[in-house]
Design a protein around this ligand. Structure first.
Ligand code: SF4
Ligand code: SF4
Length: 225
C-alpha cells in the first residue's frame, strides 16, 4: 500500500500543476485569443500519444482531465458512470458532433484568426462546464469516458503498453477497481491469465498495480506517471 500512496501522491501533484496551467490559460485566453490555438494542438498531441502509446495523455498530461480529477473530484458525488456513455455508438455521436461543429465554426470565421481563437477558448469553457456538471452529479471523469481524444486513443491505441494479470495470484478483492480513476475493472481479466489485457480505456496510471495486495498486476513497460 505504501507504493500506492507514493504513486498516488506523485500523480496528484502532477495533476495539480496541470490544473493550475489549465486555469491560467483559460483565463488568459479571454484576453489573448491566440491561446485558443492550444486546444487543437493538445487534441492532436493527445491523439498522437494515444495511438502510439495507449491512452497516456488522459492520465495527467491533459490539463482538463487533471482539473477534473482534482477540483472535480473534490465536489463529485462519485457515482458509477453509466455504461452507455462508454459505448462506441455514443462515442462516435459525440465525436461527429464535436468535429463537425468545430469545422463549421472555423469555416464561418475564416480568415479571422482572432475570432477562431476565441471560438476555441469558448469551446474549451463550454466543454469544461459540461465536465464539471457531470462531475458534480455523476463522477469526476465522466466526460473523459467519451471525450473525442479519449475515443481515438481507445480505438487506435488499444494493445499498446498493456497490463497483465496473474490469475494464480488474484483473489478478486477488487481493490484495483476501487482505485482506478476511470472505474475500470482489471480483475475481470483474470480468466485471461498472463495474456495482454484488452482494456482499451486504461490510462496506464499504474495505480491498480501499486494497490494490488497480491502483486497480481504488471505492465510490460513502466507506468506512465
Ligand atoms: S487488487 Fe489484485 S488481487 Fe485484488 S482483485 Fe485486483 S488484481 Fe485481484
Ligand atoms: S486499469 Fe489500472 S492502470 Fe488502467 S487506468 Fe485503471 S488504475 Fe490506471
Amino acid at each position: 500500500m505504501e507504493d500506492y500512496k507514493a504513486l498516488s501522491k506523485l500523480r496528484h501533484r502532477k495533476q495539480l500543476f496541470m490544473s493550475a496551467i489549465f486555469i491560467l490559460l483559460l483565463g488568459a485566453g479571454r484576453f489573448f485569443p491566440v491561446i485558443g490555438y492550444l486546444v487543437p494542438v493538445c487534441m492532436v498531441l493527445g491523439i498522437y500519444l494515444g495511438i502510439s502509446r495507449g491512452r497516456i495523455w488522459c492520465n495527467y498530461f491533459c490539463p482538463r482531465g487533471s482539473f477534473l480529477d482534482t477540483a472535480g473530484k473534490a465536489v463529485s458525488l462519485g457515482r458509477k458512470i453509466p455504461s452507455f456513455l462508454k459505448r462506441t455508438p455514443f462515442r462516435i455521436a459525440v465525436l461527429l458532433f464535436m468535429f463537425s461543429m468545430m469545422a463549421l465554426q472555423v469555416a464561418s470565421r475564416w480568415p479571422d484568426f482572432r475570432s477562431i481563437g476565441f471560438f476555441f477558448i469558448n469551446m474549451l469553457s463550454a466543454v469544461t462546464l459540461v465536465g464539471i456538471i457531470l462531475a458534480l452529479f455523476i463522477h469526476q471523469r465522466t466526460w473523459c469516458t467519451f471525450c473525442p481524444v479519449a475515443s481515438f486513443s481507445s480505438w487506435f491505441g488499444r494493445g499498446r503498453n498493456p497490463m497483465k494479470i496473474d490469475s494464480s495470484l488474484c483473489v478478486e478483492c477488487r481493490l484495483c477497481s476501487r482505485v482506478c480513476p476511470l472505474q475500470l475493472e482489471p480483475y475481470r481479466f483474470k480468466s485471461e491469465g498472463l495474456r495482454d489485457m484488452k482494456e482499451k480505456d486504461c490510462l496506464k496510471c499504474g495505480l491498480c498495480i501499486a494497490a494490488c495486495p497480491k502483486k497480481a498486476l504488471s505492465q510490460t513497460r513502466n507506468p506512465e506517471v
